[in-house]
Design a protein around this ligand. Structure first.
Ligand code: PMV
Length: 324
């Protein structure tokens, strides 16, 4: 008689997969680090995936980051690696005793360092797949807090917005340190998400904004205050289904992000290309300098905006429809 597999919790299962979306910050980035509200939504068009399979007994846990071409026993991954940290924290939290003989392979369609939350998405998929493989239930809140720990390695002082919107996979109204509010988008919104092709160094832009603020607290806080008011108004506008007003609030948010130095000529060009092609409003999304811009469009204009953004040199331009 064959020996019983040690992991009797999943007698018929030796392969488990889970996935997580990217994210888009609609409004409020950077100011959110200083306690102002921000609105973020999942970016369903691009996802990260993790697949767990069983290894031979005694082989130990192994992590394979497909896109990075890195594979090795978990113990061989550096302490400072965000994904390995997420895996270690997850296995510890699962309380399985000796490290299980599992292989986790992660991959992602979300471009790295582009303001779309690729790190948080990969970590979320990984955490979720491990719990599923072990047949242990886990709440979105718990996933989010494990992923937050790996985000600290990526970003230094993350607000927590990326791990939250990705773990809950729902639109969020986010204020750092306050209980999460899921956000209902009753009237569907259409966005074009366009990649500048430039890296988006969130850690650097967040540090530069902190430096600028330390040199002129009153000025920078005034800008954050204005961004916070825009986000409050945007919430009401989204709830009332008034797209035109939302577009103009996005334009205003972009101008304020320029004032704190996180835009770039490339991002400004893409924003102009989108509005020139009929977008209702456009702004950078995420850390800035590089990464993505988002443009709010009507359903009818979406394709024209995609074409204009590609003609202006965007590496990709994808339509994302949001409703809840
Ligand atoms: O990870 P990114 O590039 O989408 O940036 C996150 C948004 C910031 O507000 C710039 C930083 C943060 O932690 O909220």
């Amino acid at each position: 008689m064959p020996a019983r597999h040690p992991s009797s919790r999943r007698p018929h299962l030796n392969r488990t997969s889970a996935s997580a979306p990217g994210k888009i910050i609609l409004l409020g980035e950077h100011a959110v680090v200083y306690g102002r509200p921000a609105i973020a939504v999942p970016f369903q068009a691009r996802r990260a995936t993790a697949v767990v399979t069983d290894r031979d007994p005694g082989a130990g846990p192994l992590l394979h980051a497909l896109d990075l071409g890195q594979e090795g026993l978990l113990e061989s991954w550096p302490e400072s690696d965000p994904l390995a940290l997420a895996m270690r924290l997850t296995l510890a939290e699962m309380g399985l005793g000796p490290a299980p003989d599992w292989r986790v392979e992660v991959s992602s369609q979300i471009p790295i360092a582009s303001g779309l939350g690729s790190g948080a998405a990969v970590a979320t998929a990984l955490v979720r797949s491990l719990f599923l493989h072990g047949r242990i239930e886990i709440s979105c809140e718990r996933i989010s807090s494990i992923v937050f720990r790996s985000e600290e390695i990526h970003h230094g002082t993350p607000s927590g917005i990326d791990n939250t919107v990705i773990a809950y996979e729902a639109p969020v109204w986010f204020i750092k340190g306050q209980p999460l509010e899921l956000f209902t988008i009753t009237h569907p919104l259409t966005f074009v998400v366009a990649d500048s092709g430039l890296p988006s160094p969130t850690r650097e832009t967040v540090a530069d904004v902190a430096r600028m603020r330390s040199e002129n607290v009153a000025k920078v806080d005034r800008i954050f205050e204005q961004i916070g008011q825009i986000v409050e108004r945007a919430r009401r506008t989204i709830e009332d289904g008034e797209q035109g007003n939302l577009g103009s609030l996005m334009d205003q948010n972009h101008r304020l992000l320029r004032e704190i130095g996180v835009s770039s000529p490339r991002l400004d060009e893409l924003v102009q290309a989108a509005t020139g092609a009929g977008a209702l409003g456009a702004k950078l999304s995420g850390g800035g300098r590089g990464g993505n811009i988002i443009a709010l469009t009507t359903e009818e204009e979406a394709q024209a905006v995609v074409t204009a953004l590609l003609a202006a040199g965007a590496r990709s331009a994808v339509v994302n429809r949001i409703s809840s």
